[in-house]
Design a protein around this ligand. Structure first.
Ligand code: MF3
Ligand code: CO
Length: 250
């Protein structure tokens, strides 16, 4: 598959999808509290998405059994919500959600701390978010895709963090995952040239320790191999003639 360029009409639909997803994540951030199971949080997320008349895109995607990927602490991404996973004060919670609005996808993720969290956890969350913003400074027509990758990786590594290499960001549109793949670490090649109308889900996954990850027995949940904390931050971004437009922010 090649990289798709969206028409004005498609961009309008993706803007709307993005706003609804941004709102979904904000509402989830507001309801999250200690004592709640990740299963409960997923159900609330699914209801919000369906309440907008949208489809939760992760549900049944390659057999994934829920609407929101909820990953706690040393879980990197793709955590499966469970009734027996109870969110506790001091946890860091990554919530990754996707929805389809009139045939178009939006994909975004946030990591938040529950109650009082450690200073090192807070720092990891902030640097992960900022690495996204460092990356999108290069998300401009005429630049190359890997300018984004290099900026994300260099920033996160300057704090001694491990940048996950086994999972990457992606193009998005009519499909959740489209070309190109978007690594979050230093690349030797420049990658494709960015053009207006490309829509990209840029999603740094950063570990406090080493970059290596492993998979739980459920074959979905990605964990840090060394047991260190991990954070995730993702938005769906539109390449324009000027500054990039972040579609999944309010
Ligand atoms: N944002 C995630 C990604 O791009 C979505 C996970 S898909 C699911 O990989 F299969 F876990 F639902
Ligand atoms: Co994604």
């Amino acid at each position: 598959m090649s990289v798709t360029i969206k028409s004005q009409r498609e961009i309008e639909l993706m803007r709307h999808a993005g706003k609804l997803l941004a709102e979904t994540l904000q509402r989830l951030e507001e309801v999250i509290r200690p004592g709640m199971s990740t299963w409960e949080l997923d159900k609330i997320g699914e209801e919000i998405i369906r309440g907008y008349g949208c489809i939760p895109s992760f549900l049944n995607y390659n057999g994934y059994p829920a609407s929101i990927c909820i990953s706690l602490n040393d879980e990197v991404v793709h955590g499966i919500p469970r009734k027996d996973f109870i969110i506790q004060e001091g946890d860091i919670v990554s919530m990754d959600a996707g929805l389809i609005y009139q045939g178009y996808h939006a994909d975004a993720a946030r990591t938040i701390g529950v109650g009082q969290i450690s200073e090192n956890a807070q720092k990891l969350i902030e640097v992960t978010k900022q690495s996204f913003f460092e990356g999108i400074q290069y998300a401009k027509a005429g630049n190359h895709l890997h300018d984004i990758s290099n900026a994300i990786g260099a920033y996160a590594e300057s704090f001694g963090y491990g940048v996950v290499r086994d999972l990457v960001g992606h193009g998005i549109g009519r499909n959740l995952h489209e070309d190109p793949q978007i690594p979050n670490f230093r690349q030797r090649r420049r990658g494709i040239r960015l053009q207006p109308g490309m829509t990209l889900a840029i999603e740094p996954m950063i570990n406090e320790g080493m970059p290596e990850v492993c998979w739980a027995d459920d074959d979905w949940t990605v964990l840090t191999e060394d047991g260190s904390l991990s954070a995730h931050y993702e938005n769906t971004v539109l390449i324009t003639d000027g500054e990039p437009e972040i579609l999944t922010l309010l």
